[in-house]
Write a protein that binds this ligand. Sequence first.
Ligand SMILES: Cc1cc2nc3c(=O)[nH]c(=O)nc-3n(C[C@H](O)[C@H](O)[C@H](O)COP(=O)(O)O)c2cc1C
Length: 179
Amino acid sequence: MQKNILVISSTLRKAGNSDILADEFIRGAESKGHSVEKISLQAKQIGFCKGCLSCQKTQNCIIKDDVAAILEKIKTANVIAFATPIYFYEICGQLKTLLDRTNPLFTTDYQFREIYLLATAADTDSHAVDNAVKAVNGWVECFPKTSLKGVVFGGGVTNVGEVRNTSAAEQAFKAGQNV
Ligand SMILES: Cc1cc2nc3c(=O)[nH]c(=O)nc-3n(C[C@H](O)[C@H](O)[C@H](O)COP(=O)(O)O)c2cc1C
């Protein structure tokens, strides 16, 4: 079945390693005929959630920035892949800020069912991704119709482009193929 896939790449570094994993995931998914859209958070205006909770009544956020358009795409995707650099053993702040802003979707008929996490870090230890998995799982648990289907972690990559031609890049491609 052809799926509607949204890939959200959160690094602000041009051609960053996590962005390369995002592109490999996309290449894999497109090779199987899925429809894929990529959103990069570079140049996006994303303000912090103010915690007013008015979105629980109105399904809209009081903050007028680029998030409303991103939420429309999140809501209607069947599959979402979040790509993030590991910052201080966590997802990066820009992705966390976006996840906080998804609160308006909480009371809606969102379509996403499968979530993937693609992450890169300087550390080679496979546990370097653990807190990021926990963070994304925390979000997933709040959207009970969905689940975390896969994690691809590229460790030991610091400089731009280093993740290219690694087993993590291959795993991201395969994860995209197997969506
Ligand atoms: C602010 C900051 C914090 C970082 N924190 C960590 C960390 O806690 N552990 C780690 O292994 N690498 C850390 N790194 C390195 C990045 O995770 C690594 O370079 C990654 O490949 C960057 O992905 P990107 O190119 O997609 O931005 C940090 C980098 C930055 C800029």
